[in-house]
Design a protein. Structure first.
Length: 197
């Protein structure tokens, strides 16, 4: 089962965290680390998913460690895509802070958050043309992938409960930018206008 999974870790200035993740998961899965020195934001990890043959891609932020024993659970729950975190209440919300967060429990969500996401490569292949057109610097990669897959397969997105360890954020991350949540909300509004929410 583990041989079907490629772990893709997006790194930005958190090498100690990456070392911990690699040490924990390398005995089980193949791993790719994207060293994002110039902070190309997050879409680069989805582009990278197409470069490897494994049937599943486990997308990890560099501040979250998922226990190896949770990887089979993620696979079992991954008809197309699942993750440990998401938000719901999009159609009732007026801004990002009106949304209800779901973290590390089993629930329906409107979109998944990129901290820990398992995606089936065959599903990702069905939206390849759209993904490959999205530039690296665009915000809300996880929101975009969620809605592209949700629309393509008419999905009810579900989160999965896993054994995880939070790693130090080390005063870095896109959530520290003052416009971060506004930019993410702009992505959501784009999909609202399309009628996809």
């Amino acid at each position: 089962m583990y041989s079907q999974v490629r772990v893709i870790i997006l790194n930005y200035l958190r090498w100690g965290n990456v070392d911990a993740i690699v040490k924990a998961l390398h005995p089980y899965c193949k791993i790719t680390v994207i060293n994002n020195d110039s902070n190309k934001k997050c879409m680069v990890r989805w582009h990278a998913a197409y470069d490897y043959p494994e049937a599943y891609k486990l997308i990890l932020d560099d501040d979250m460690l998922v226990h190896p024993n949770s990887i089979p659970t993620l696979i079992d729950n991954c008809e197309h895509i699942t993750g440990i975190m998401g938000y719901k209440g999009v159609n009732k919300a007026n801004n990002y802070f009106d949304l209800s967060r779901v973290f590390n429990s089993e629930d329906s969500v409107d979109f998944l958050v990129g901290s820990v996401i398992m995606v089936r490569q065959s599903s990702l292949d069905k939206i390849r043309d759209k993904v490959k057109k999205i530039p690296f610097l665009v915000r809300g990669d996880d929101i975009t992938i969620s809605y592209l897959l949700k629309n393509k397969f008419n999905l009810d997105l579900q989160t999965t409960k896993c054994k995880i360890q939070l790693l130090p954020e080390k005063d870095t991350g896109l959530n520290l930018y003052k416009d971060h949540y506004k930019l993410r909300w702009n992505v959501i509004e784009k999909f609202k206008k399309l009628g996809w929410t």
